[in-house]
Design a protein around this ligand. Structure first.
Ligand code: G3H
Ligand code: 13P
Ligand code: ZN
Length: 306
């Protein structure tokens, strides 16, 4: 059932678990997210990036998401991920998304506050909630000094001021994760003490971007069937659990779905070279995605929370 994102995340915050926010780009991915959530009896957030809207169209993805949510027994919200252009965010608010993200993190602090506040005002008039971002989602290893790290990762005091002044509903914070499959050159490492400081000051639910795990079995399967990925590293299970334990309520995951999709397609194409029915090829991708999403939902603690 379509459910306000705020309702889903406030419950998660209160009960101390996190909800998976999975990026949907087409029917198969959307369906896999919903199937996994149903089987886990978990609330879920389906999110569309600006890139996915260019690929498939907002009307199309919204229609797919809504149709699946309509027949689903678990709470589902449809969310705009990383709206970097205020005009796209405004279209999403009018189109009926449950929530939108305005990502003004590349702007100076005051400019980010100014634009985010305007979006929050517009969104709240339509009962749409807003995720905002403060800090740069950049690899922790990109910073050579503590000073540089402090300048890029989310500053706890600024986070408090930002949420108070913008009245945003959720805050995406930077604690060392990075988008994509190559997050760390060595081991997974997050700035959990920074998260604890933010959590102690900020009252709104916190979102973790770049949270994919990059499961080793998927990487192995892709490589076994001809793929070449180099040395991808994701957020470890321990770090993710620690982040959830310390206040992360929304966990953004896209890369793991892409890896699962690719593993499924590569597997069937090499194992059954005579297969050319797209439905059978995509069914293999679908099965891998459902298994990966179910595993992720369990890790976040949101199974049986619907
Ligand atoms: O935050 C990034 C998501 O993985 C979306 O990626 O812009 O390629 O759709 P995308
Ligand atoms: P990953 O690339 O780690 O899956 O992060 C996705 C994300 O943050 C979408 O907003
Ligand atoms: Zn993100």
């Amino acid at each position: 059932m379509l459910t306000p994102t705020k309702k889903i995340l406030l419950k998660a915050q209160k009960q101390g678990y996190a909800v998976g926010a999975f990026n949907i780009n087409n029917m198969e991915i959307s369906h896999a997210v919903m199937e996994a959530a149903e089987r886990e009896k978990a609330p879920v957030i389906c999110q569309t990036s600006e890139g996915s809207l260019e690929y498939a169209g907002m009307d199309m993805l919204l229609a797919i998401g809504r149709q699946l949510a309509l027949t689903s027994k678990v709470p589902v919200a449809i969310h705009l991920d990383h709206g970097k252009h205020p005009e796209v965010v405004k279209v999403a608010i009018a189109a009926g998304y449950q929530s939108v993200m305005y990502d003004g993190s590349s702007n100076p602090f005051e400019k980010n506050i100014e634009i985010t506040s305007g979006i929050v005002k517009l969104a709240h008039e339509k009962n749409v909630s807003v995720e905002a971002e403060l800090g740069a989602i950049a690899g922790i290893e990109d910073f050579v000094s503590v000073k540089e790290r402090d300048a890029h990762l989310t500053n706890p005091k600024q986070a408090l001021e930002f949420t108070k002044r913008t009245r945003c509903d959720f805050l995406a914070i930077a604690i060392g994760t990075l988008h994509g499959a190559y997050k760390f050159s060595g081991r997974s490492h997050l700035d959990i003490s920074r998260l604890k400081e933010i959590k102690a000051l900020v009252k709104v639910p916190l979102a973790l971007h770049g949270a994919s795990s990059v499961p080793k079995d998927l990487v192995k399967q892709i490589e076994k069937h001809g793929g070449k990925l180099g040395t991808p590293v994701g957020v470890s299970d321990g770090d993710l659990k620690e982040a959830v334990k310390n206040g992360i309520c929304k966990v953004n995951t896209d890369t793991d779905l892409r890896l699962a999709f690719t593993a499924g397609v590569r597997k069937i194409l090499t194992q059954e070279p005579g297969e050319f029915d797209p439905r059978k090829i995509l069914a293999s991708a679908y099965d891998e995605m459902v298994a990966t999403i179910r595993w992720k939902i369990k890790l976040l603690g949101s199974s049986n929370k619907a």
